[in-house]
Design a binder for this molecule. Structure first.
Ligand code: NDP
Ligand code: 2IT
Length: 444
């Protein structure tokens, strides 16, 4: 059996009940077969792949907190410090009831290659908790974040591990966590990114993941002589990534007709009113029914369904495995030309295969959503030099990074005879730098 198949087997056997982690490992290892097969003896001797798929460190802790009635609750907190070959661990914190160790490991594993693709010196990590922020008061959120950080602060630092936002963790949560870190450690340092602008945050970080997604989508389309202007776009999600993807798509002249949250979805044939969406989601923290009530020409539907709407470009920006094989078939039938992932691993394995085999341009999340973490790394740089750069400067750097990522994944795919396969290109290009650093640093 090949080394890669042996390792995939081991990952499944040693980590049962972690299907998302298996999926992420399978996708990366399958893509790097050409490199591994050519170096099998050395890689086996150095246990290279075993070291790649086993996190350097996994931290799991209790998070007790008090609700507004004085009742105690306990959640589980996680931080997986996956790989520090090319820099300090870097990756978000997810707060969602579905969080478990397998989810955090899949996200942490993806983050290794994503962070490498940015070209910046950041290693891979991820964390979070099964805490559900929905329906909690502001004070409950604060007490949870403080308790979470009381434990996490022992393991992170500006030069060791720098967490940030993800699902359920935005500027408010980062603020409460930063305050607690500073109180306990006595350090005002860039230990978290996505901070508020008044205490060390970077301009354009809020927009970065969504904007970056559109910069790379535009680069992809231009490379195929397609103009994004006038195209119809379907977006899923209505959170940080989705909102700024919609905003930038509209700035580039496309029309975005859908968005969704975990209870339902909106079809707005006039184009999503992004100012209204921001007001509902970022300020009032309400459901999408509020959008329908404010914009009477739009439609609201319960459940999931954005991929049935005819579009040229599909941008899944909600969560993992939200775009299935049936959705992919619908997109194809409706003439979709490109799918670029804003979320992490939103397309199922069989749907990805279908899209690629049916000539639909497809960029995987680790390349297309890396603008968020790239701008986090720019926030770290600004914190280190105790300066803050203008919006235009950060945005221009972000655009340059995304265009480079596209050029690199495209070139890597070509180099290994898989022209246009951006999944292979992203995994190979991301892996090559990590491999070089791991080889240089010995068996650690
Ligand atoms: P937010 O919490 O801001 O928004 C998430 C959105 O997706 C919400 O509309 C949410 O609906 C919906 N959603 C979440 N979970 C589910 C689910 N299980 N089923 C259906 N809908 C769901 O998160 P982000 O926008 O930050 O993150 C979205 C995706 O992008 C995630 O995969 C994340 O890992 C990825 N990502 C985020 C980056 C960032 O910088 N924030 C960077 C790179 C990737 P509801 O509010 O109803 O739960
Ligand atoms: O998935 C991701 O890349 C993020 N949630 C952002 C991580 C970061 O450190 O900005």
């Amino acid at each position: 059996m090949s080394y890669i198949d042996e390792i995939i087997g081991q990952v499944i056997e040693k980590n049962p009940d972690e299907p998302e982690f298996h999926q992420a490992v399978r996708e990366v290892l399958d893509s790097i077969r050409v490199i591994v097969d050519a170096n099998e003896a050395q890689f086996r001797r150095d246990a290279l792949l075993e070291r790649l798929v086993n996190p350097e460190r996994q931290i799991k802790f209790r998070v007790p907190w008090l609700d507004d009635q004085g009742n105690a609750h306990v959640n589980t907190g996680y931080r997986v410090q996956f790989n520090s070959a090319i820099g300090p661990y870097k990756g978000g914190l997810r707060l969602h009831p579905s969080v478990n160790i397998g989810i955090i490991k899949f996200l942490g594993f993806e983050q290794i290659f994503k962070n490498s693709l940015t070209g910046l010196p950041i290693g891979g990590g991820k964390g979070g908790s099964d805490f559900d922020p929905k329906g909690k008061s502001d004070r409950e959120i604060m007490r949870f974040c403080q308790s979470f950080m009381s434990e996490l602060c022992k393991y992170i630092g500006a030069d060791t591990d720098v967490p940030a936002g993800d699902i359920g963790t935005g500027a408010r949560e980062i603020g409460y966590m930063f305050g607690q870190y500073k109180k306990l450690r006595g350090l005002f340092e860039g230990v978290l990114t996505g901070k508020g602008l008044s205490y060390g945050g970077s301009l354009a970080r809020t927009e970065a993941t969504g904007y970056g997604l559109l910069y790379i989508t535009d680069a992809l389309l231009r490379d195929h002589d397609i103009d994004i202007k006038g195209k119809t776009v379907a977006v899923s999600g209505a959170g940080n990534v989705a909102i700024y993807a919609i905003e930038k798509a509209q700035q580039l002249g496309a029309k975005v007709v859908t968005c969704s949250d975990s209870t339902g979805w909106i079809y707005d044939p006039d184009g999503i009113d992004v100012a209204l969406l921001k007001e509902i989601k970022e300020v009032r923290r309400e459901r999408l029914t509020a959008y329908k009530n404010a914009k009477l020409t739009s439609e609201y539907h319960e459940g999931r369904g954005v991929w049935q709407i005819k579009c040229d470009i599909a941008l899944p920006c909600a969560t993992q495995n939200e775009l299935t094989l049936d959705d992919a078939k619908l997109l194809k039938e409706n003439g979709c030309i490109a799918v670029c992932e804003g979320a992490n691993m939103p397309t199922t394995e069989d749907a990805t295969k279908f899209l690629q085999e049916n000539g639909i341009l497809f960029i995987p999340g680790k390349a297309s959503n890396c603008g968020g973490v790239a701008t986090s790394a720019l926030e770290m740089s600004q914190n280190s030099e105790r300066l803050s750069w203008p919006f235009e400067e950060v945005d221009a750097k972000l655009k340059g990074i995304m265009e480079n990522v596209y050029a690199n994944i495209s070139a890597a795919a070509k180099k290994y005879g898989m022209d246009g396969n951006y999944v292979a290109g992203a995994n190979i290009a991301g892996f090559e730098k990590v491999l070089d650093a791991m080889n240089a640093q010995g068996i650690v």
